[in-house]
Write a protein that binds this ligand. Structure first.
Ligand code: SF4
Length: 92
């Protein structure tokens, strides 16, 4: 893991601290629809068992999953179908 987000340019470094700040900003904002905690943890557990998960990112979509799994309108785009068992429950 070299700290680069594969969904962004190679020159952009995403630190753990920056990810924590993004998560807090998302959780405190009214602009995002979030899933409930059970759905979030279930999604992350599915990612961690997935062959496309590397470091903290999904190689299919290039997203940092500890952030993306919180968002209600995101989907797993695995080539053999979603690895996230829905239903999704909203948190707010
Ligand atoms: S393909 Fe789906 S389950 Fe696998 S890492 Fe990406 S989002 Fe997670």
């Amino acid at each position: 893991m070299n700290g680069n987000c594969i969904g962004c340019t190679d020159s952009r470094m995403i630190t753990d601290e920056a990810i924590e700040r993004m998560i807090k900003r998302i959780e405190c904002s009214d602009s995002f629809n979030l899933v409930d905690d059970d759905t979030y943890h279930h999604r992350l557990a599915s990612c961690m068992r997935c062959q496309e998960y590397e470091g903290r990112e999904c190689r299919v979509c290039g997203c940092i999953m500890v952030i993306m799994a919180k968002l209600f309108n995101t989907r797993c785009l695995h080539q053999h179908g979603s690895k996230w068992d829905e239903p999704v429950k909203k948190w707010n």
